[in-house]
Design a protein around this ligand. Structure first.
Ligand code: HPA
Ligand SMILES: [Zn+2]
Length: 363
């Protein structure tokens, strides 16, 4: 007998994962490669932090009247920029080291409850340092949460610093330089690029990425979310990325699609995010089947779980409901997510062993 799983917070889709693989999807040891820590700021913590830090939330927007009205507004996003407006307001409530720690620890706890064993998470220092928060405050808070998550749950994690592309490339380069010592000493594991995509193509940020590439740092960028596939090509060709976040547009460039498969460039797909931000009208529009057939490696992730109505498990269920994948197909997805993660070879082996133990129960 399998349990009927009802995702608690989903909005525009009701995810009743009645699929016979539901228990497998629940039990699989998961690797999350695309989650923004600031995007895991749940409304109740947002309001708690706003009160504690005396932050004035916009009075002229009734969405900020209560947790319920804010959640209702989150359910009506019209685009990436519409979401980013709320995302950047929400994170103004994060001020002290303990705030960043509480945010990250809450995410790790929730992720662990869904069997995430390793998480590579983004953060946006420019959104905080431009408000006067010190880079060290952010990093110290996140690092403390990482240590506690390792100790309490055995969950390993890595931080990826995101440049915010709505700032100028020169501003982004300054942010990159501020993060560079920690990219080199391993406190931060890789470099990413996010925020408003259209009009801010990857090649504009070449200076930072070229420097990072020369130093052998790990590189990823959001591309092919709202903008067309040329942004994905630019992220790979101009920036040297070996991973692409979202990346749902490869069907538009069959040559590039073959290259992603050949060179094993990981695409971190975020189904509920794409649905909520209206990049797609239905989960079935995602290129899951095409990527599986062409052997393009991809993982399934939550992006901004507090804003899009679900964490990683709800995203797995949404994909299963739309595509009815087999055990073998999920095994392939998970093996790629582990193999192309940025954790140590030793940790990869541990996770692969956990994975094979779980799969053995279902095959
Ligand atoms: O989905 C996203 N796209 C771009 N920037 C972001 N910042 C948080 N989430 C996102
Ligand atoms: Zn993202």
């Amino acid at each position: 007998m399998f349990e009927v799983f009802v995702a608690p917070m989903t909005r525009s889709t009701t995810i009743m994962c009645q699929d016979k693989l539901h228990n497998l999807l629940r039990d699989l040891p998961k690797v999350e490669a695309h989650c923004h820590l600031e995007g895991s700021l749940e409304p109740d913590l947002l309001f708690e932090l706003a009160a504690r830090n005396n932050i004035n939330l916009p009075k002229d927007d009734e969405a900020f009247a209560s947790v319920e009205s804010l959640l209702a507004r989150y359910g009506r996003f019209t685009s990436l920029d519409d979401f980013l407006h709320y995302y950047f307001i929400g994170m103004t409530t994060l001020v002290a080291r303990d705030d960043f720690e509480a945010l990250a620890y809450a995410y790790f706890k929730k992720a662990h409850s869904q069997n995430v064993v390793h998480a590579e998470v983004f953060f946006d220092p420019q959104a905080h340092t431009t408000r006067g928060v010190k880079f060290e405050t952010i990093l110290d808070g996140f690092e403390k949460a990482q240590e506690r998550a390792k100790q309490d749950f055995g969950l390993t994690s890595e931080l990826i610093v995101c440049l915010l592309r709505h700032f100028s490339p020169a501003d982004c380069h300054q942010a990159y330089l501020e993060a560079l010592p920690d990219l080199q000493n391993g406190r931060i594991c890789g470099l990413g690029l996010s925020s408003t995509e259209k009009g801010n193509p990857p090649h504009l940020f070449k200076q930072s990425y070229e420097d990072a590439k020369k130093r052998g740092l790990r590189l990823t960028a959001h591309a092919g979310e709202e903008a067309d596939v040329s942004y994905m090509r630019s992220a790979v060709d101009d920036l040297g990325c070996r991973r692409i976040d979202h990346g749902i547009r490869l069907k538009e460039d069959p040559e590039l699609l073959k290259r992603f498969a050949r060179e094993k460039i990981l695409v971190t797909i975020c189904p509920l995010s794409n649905l909520e931000l209206k990049s797609i009208k239905d989960i079935s529009e995602l290129p899951i089947r095409e990527y599986l057939d062409a052997k393009v490696p991809f993982s399934i992730n939550s992006d901004d779980p507090a804003y899009f109505g679900g964490y990683i498990q709800e995203n797995y269920c949404a994909v299963q409901q739309a595509f009815h994948l087999s055990v073998e197909e999920w095994a392939d997805i998970l093996i790629n997510a582990v193999a192309l993660s940025w954790c140590s070879d030793e940790r990869k082996d541990e996770i692969l062993e956990l994975l094979s133990d779980t799969l053995a129960k279902y095959t």
